[in-house]
Write a protein that binds this ligand. Structure first.
Ligand code: ZN
Length: 90
């Protein structure tokens, strides 16, 4: 996982808070398509969250949001960088 990967995962976290726009969401999909180390993880996340188009239309259920957020955090922690990106919301 590199700097780019971590930024994408941070974007996912913002997305889970409901403030990621469609272009940022598309960046996630582009990264998943281009990055072998993230592809599997992001694909799982996307299956949890739904597609970007769906996400823009209606807010995520709290349970889904929490599950996806926990998954993102696990990925960041696995990389040993949770401290550097530990900016918490809520
Ligand atoms: Zn990546």
């Amino acid at each position: 996982m590199n700097e780019n990967c971590r930024r994408v995962l941070s974007d996912v976290e913002a997305y889970l808070d409901g403030d990621l726009d469609e272009s940022a969401c598309r960046r996630l999909e582009d990264h998943a398509a281009a990055c072998a180390s993230c592809a599997g993880d992001l694909e799982r996340l996307r299956r949890t969250i739904g597609t970007c188009r769906d996400a823009g239309r209606e807010p995520l259920p709290v349970a889904v949001r929490e599950r996806a957020r926990a998954a993102v955090r696990r990925l960041l922690e696995r990389d040993g960088m949770s401290g550097a990106y530990g900016r918490r919301k809520g």
